[in-house]
Design a protein around this ligand. Structure first.
Ligand SMILES: *Cc1c(COP(=O)(O)O)cnc(C)c1O
Length: 460
């Protein structure tokens, strides 16, 4: 049974009548009408008007395996026929979740043998928050409750996740953050590095974490949490010195180190996990998105040896979701991970398509007058729209020109995203070199249009 066939106009009208979109100004969307996506294959989407669109964002940073993999729909169907649901609360388990857990223990580095399932990244983050606080309770350190995140960090939309995250426009709605959350500035060299080299700045930015720990008091700090590369915050790639220094500081004050791997996890950087790229070892890491390549909702919290043993010794953990370890999502995630591994997709990102993308990305965008800080690793990349390159000067209303640029890409059937004035991209990991050339060819033409429009608008 397919969806009912309607005209684009009918879909738009019904959508406007009944559907409240996330992170959206509904009134202005409804005036324009949403674009109706109907079909997908590989790195491409099609809309209801028949336009073929290059998806430079892998859906929402998640369709790592690419669209249209029959292996995933096949296993979903057979799992639904066999055991569509059973819970894992009351002394039961099932083969789908057992096999997934076994496989995940193989693709993670040694020492991450335990995993707790959720339905999303936000729930993974909330689970982690409760886990960390419970862990310290079990250790008898009942004051260790505060979690430190970063301004502009993104850890989801639940009350816990958005409090830990540092999106001020989210905090403004719903009286957030909740108590017990603190934030430090992001390791964004271009804006805050001034005369320091990136490596010098990386150490300085890590010391902001130390200052915050000392300000709160180490006996009250439960954990520091960060995305290895900040995604929604604008693909902020910290200097190589940052994470090792953060790790040293966390160890020094006995603060747990948590990596939010919801974007970096499952191959985005060319390694299985972002912490492997940067060379540190978190105590816990949260995942979702690439775990199932977005084919079904599932998230997972990976728990390192120390915290796992503490939790296991601590008796009941009074937390869980009806769909924790959902059989169909688990089966789909397992096949997704097997395909990523057995087809060498992540190795190819590391050795072939990642380096090619990074070289071509720099060649394509560095030439533009209002583009700077062209950056990336693996298949996650960005550049920043700037007023004056020679002074590293950003536009005064951060985000306005980003949106203008994004809209030009979108109307030319290329999806990239604007995070403020950072233009970011994270295509499916299966993108080929020819498809990279195609994508950047379209992007270059859009950038010419953008710079013309910028001049016409009087903003520069
Ligand atoms: C997307 C994201 C989340 C939230 O995941 P949802 O599945 O949308 O709840 C959390 N952390 C990071 C780093 C993310 O990018």
């Amino acid at each position: 049974m397919q969806n009912q066939q309607r005209t684009t106009e009918q879909w738009r009208q019904l959508d406007a009548a009944h559907h409240l979109h996330p992170f959206t100004d509904t009134q202005s969307l409804n005036q324009q009408g949403a674009r109706v996506m109907t079909r997908s294959e590989g790195i491409y989407l099609w809309d209801s008007e028949g336009n073929k669109i290059i998806d430079g964002m892998a859906g929402l940073w998640c369709v790592n395996i690419g669209y249209g993999r029959k292996e995933l729909s096949d296993v979903a169907k057979s799992q639904m026929d066999e055991l569509p649901f059973y819970n894992t609360f009351f002394k039961t388990t099932h083969p789908a979740v057992v096999e997934l857990s076994h496989l995940l223990a193989q693709v993670t580095p040694a020492g991450y043998e335990h995993v707790f399932y959720t339905n999303s990244g936000s729930e993974a983050v909330d689970t982690m928050i409760r886990m960390v606080r419970h862990y310290w309770d079990v250790q008898g350190k009942k004051d260790k409750k505060t979690l430190i995140g970063r301004w502009n960090g993104y850890h989801g939309s639940t009350i816990g996740g958005s409090s830990l995250g540092g999106m001020k426009y989210m905090h403004e709605q719903g009286d957030l953050p909740i108590p017990g959350m603190a934030h430090v500035e992001q390791p964004w060299w271009y804006k805050y590095g001034k005369d320091l080299s990136p490596d010098e700045f990386g150490v300085v930015a890590a010391r902001w974490v130390e200052e915050k720990i000392l300000e709160i008091g180490p006996e009250k700090v439960a954990a520091f949490v960060g995305e290895p590369i900040q995604g929604a915050g604008g693909v902020i790639i910290p200097p190589a010195t940052y994470w090792p220094e953060v790790e040293r500081i966390c160890r020094k004050y006995d603060v747990l180190l948590v990596a939010d791997e919801v974007i970096c996890g499952f191959g985005r950087t060319g390694e299985w996990f972002g912490f492997e790229h940067f060379g540190f070892r978190p105590d816990i890491f949260t995942t979702a998105k690439g775990l199932s390549s977005g084919y079904l909702p599932i998230g997972a919290v990976f728990v390192g040896e120390r915290v796992a043993q503490g939790l296991i010794a601590g008796g009941d953990f009074n937390h869980g979701f009806t769909y924790s370890g959902h059989p169909v999502a688990s089966a789909v995630a397992r096949v997704n991970i097997e395909l990523l591994r057995d087809e060498g997709i992540i190795d190819r990102v590391k050795n072939e398509t990642g380096p090619y993308m990074q070289k071509r990305w720099r060649e394509t965008f560095s030439q533009f007058e209002h583009v700077d800080d062209v950056r990336g690793v693996g298949l996650i990349q960005a550049f920043t729209l700037v007023k004056d390159k020679s002074k590293r000067e950003l536009f005064p209303e951060f985000g306005d020109v980003g949106l203008m640029c994004r809209d030009i890409f979108f109307s030319n059937n290329l999806i990239m995203r604007a995070c403020g004035d950072h233009i970011v991209s994270a295509p499916p990991l299966v993108i080929s070199k020819a498809e990279i050339d195609e994508m950047l060819g379209v992007a270059a033409r859009c950038m010419e249009t953008f710079e013309r429009k910028l001049k016409d608008s009087g903003l520069v």
